[in-house]
Each structure stands twice: as C-alpha cells, then as structure tokens.
Design a protein around this ligand. Sequence first.
Ligand code: PMP
Length: 420
Amino acid sequence: AAVRVTNPPPSSDSSVNLDISDSVLNLDVGDPRAFEKFWKRMDEKCKVTISGSEVMSYVSDLGNVCWFLEPKLRDAIKRVHRVVGNAATEDRHIVVGTGSTTLFQAALYALTSSPPPPPGAQPVSVVSAAPYYSGGGSRGLMVFRSPLLHPPDPSNALNVKVNPKRCFKDVTDYLRSGLYKWEGDAYTFDKDGPYIEIVASPNNPDGTIREAVVNRGDGKVIHDLAYYWPQFTAITHPADYDIMLFTFSKGTGHAGTRIGWALVKDKEVAKKMTECITISSIGVSKESQLRTAKILDVLSDDCQSFGAISENFFEYGYAVMAERWAKLRALVKKSNKFSLPKYPQESCIFSGKFKETFPSFAWLKCKEDVDLASLFKAHKLIVRGGERFGVGREYVRISLIGRDEEFNLLLERLASVLGI
Ligand code: PMP
C-alpha cells in the first residue's frame, strides 16, 4: 500500500466556507497560510509517494553525526542554502528537528551539559534582547475549527484549551532544568558567569536585523534565522555563525510538516544536540523529512530555472508581503497616534535588487499609554501584547501571514482600532 503525501489544498479546511465577517480573528499566532495559493499550484510537482515498506527503520545514516537525518534532506538543505545564499553550509553538521523549537532546546542542552557542570553549579543564564520571541498569548482560548477564527457560536468550538509553550522563555524554563535558566532581556543582563544569548534575525516580533548584544568571553550564541529568507528580507550575506537554526515553517510556510534544521560548526555540539533529540524522541519523522526534501528541491529547481513554467516561490512570497505591508502602512499613516517600525533597504544577493524587510508580524506602537492588546480585543482581534515580549503594553504584535480573507478582515477592523 502506498501513502501519498501531498500539500493540503486550502479547501480541505472546513472553515473555508464560513462567513468570517462576525468572527473573532486570532492573529496572535503566526500560522503561515499566506503562501498556500502558491503551493496549491505546485500540488502535482510536490507530490511524494512513500510505499508501505519504506523508511521503517529508526536509522537514516549511521555515518552521519545526526544519524536520523535523511540523506535526501541533508542534500536538499545544502542546496537551498547555496541557491538562496543565506547561510554557509560548508564544514557544518546538520541536525534535524521536529520544528526548530526542538533544536533550540537541543542547543541549550548541548551548550550546557558538556562538560557536565560541577555539583552545585548555578544554571547557565539564557538571554535575548527585548523585544524577544515569546509565547503564551492565547492562554485559555478555545480552539475552533480554524485556529485563527473564533466564531461567536460556541457550538463551533472543538473544546480544546490551548496554552502554547514554544517561545524562548517557555522552552528554556518548562522543564525547570538545572542546566540553564531564562534571565530575560540581554540589554539589561549583568549577572556574572556563563550565559547563552539567542539572536533572532530578522527578529520576532519587531522584524529588525540583529547582532548579539552581550558579547562577553564566557558567552555562547544561538542564531535563530527562521525569517532569514528572501520573501521577508534582503539576503545580504551568507550567515556564518556557530549554531544557526532554520525552519521549514517559515522558509516555505509548511509549518504542519514540523521540520527544522540546525547548521552547527562544532562536531561535539552537533553530537550533543543529536543526543538530546535521541533521548526525547529517538529521531524525527522520515516521512516529514522526505516531504521537506522534495519541496525544497522543487523550490531550488524553480529558483534556478528561468523557463516560462518555472515559478519562484521567494518572488511570489515577497510580492505577497510587499502588498500587505503597503496596505498596512497606508492605513496606519492615516492615524497620528500609531506607528510601525521603518526598515532600511538593503542589497539582496539572491534577487540582485534593493529590498526592504517585510516581516511576517507587524509591531505596532501606540504613542499613548494604552493597553493596546485589550483595545484590539474589543474590536474582535486577538494579538499579542508588548509585555509578553519584555516591553510595554503600548505595543502589539500582529500576524500578517494568515490567508487573504483574514488579512482583509484585519485591515477592516484595524481602521476602527485606529479610529479612522
Ligand atoms: N523561531 C522563531 C523566531 C519563530 O518565530 C518560530 C515560529 N513562530 C520558531 C522559531 C519555531 O518554528 P518551528 O518550531 O515551527 O520550526
């Protein structure tokens, strides 16, 4: 029996025919559905057939540090970075994870467990410059048939509580590890001793391009490059850091496949990261890896060929983001109480053009001291407030990568939030 794995057509979502005009819109999560129309066109090209006897073993490649990494995925990852130019892959070890979330955990473990800390040692401090990637915004909300829509009729609820634990602070602290501990904002960090700084660039939530800020000799840095792809920002150089995390969720929008990868310079660190994933889950789904490999290969093929039938995902994604940002900026400009960050134009080595950053989240600021997330809630928009990112309540983070209907509804309601 053969299992066919295909991209889910957008119409497979039972909420597609819902009238969303009266729904509460949840833009707290960054569910990347803005690119589904592109991948719908690629349905046939991206099909993967996995027969009944394939990928039954735990093992993919015993000769590799990450022994559960499928060679096809390894090759596809190296190729896509070469084609895009966003990361150096030479002399690196690739560790695959169930999303980059697990790799962040694995990197913390690797950097703090070898050599084992002496008895009674304090946990290593983990910091990130505020505003930093942070979760927990949807605490206690009901999940409805589409997680982004909250129709007022409770019969639509699946009656599941969500309490997403997936950000830097939550992932660091949820196991109460004795190895490491969340210490918050890197800008105000002044504790002695070893530390790990997480640098997300472009940053979630505010889209800025970042470098490490603590820069002490006893520190290690994890670079989270989830958004360093040409649909969101100019690729200015191949990133070349010790530990770099990437995710399929944001690279192409296939969050449901749950694949992330780390490019790691030091073999011992890569071994420890692999050990962490081995202890927690004995590897990563081969089916997901093969699907990721296939889609990354289609992506690379289409970026490299210039024929009439080729389609470049990154050009498409950039055009979608540019159009959404233009509409959003035009609206926010009408109000003198609100502002959005400005991003510089940079020369992009992938496209050969000057490009602006179009982050997947809008980081909106009110010039007055208001609880902005509550104001949004009153207009049936659920967004994440600034306090969750280590800054003030006059900020909110709004997801811009939902489907067209959701983005259009956001604009409509945002006009009333802004009072225009
Ligand atoms: N890092 C950043 C900065 C993110 O925004 C996200 C997703 N929201 C992740 C990591 C995790 O991505 P995933 O686990 O889906 O790979």
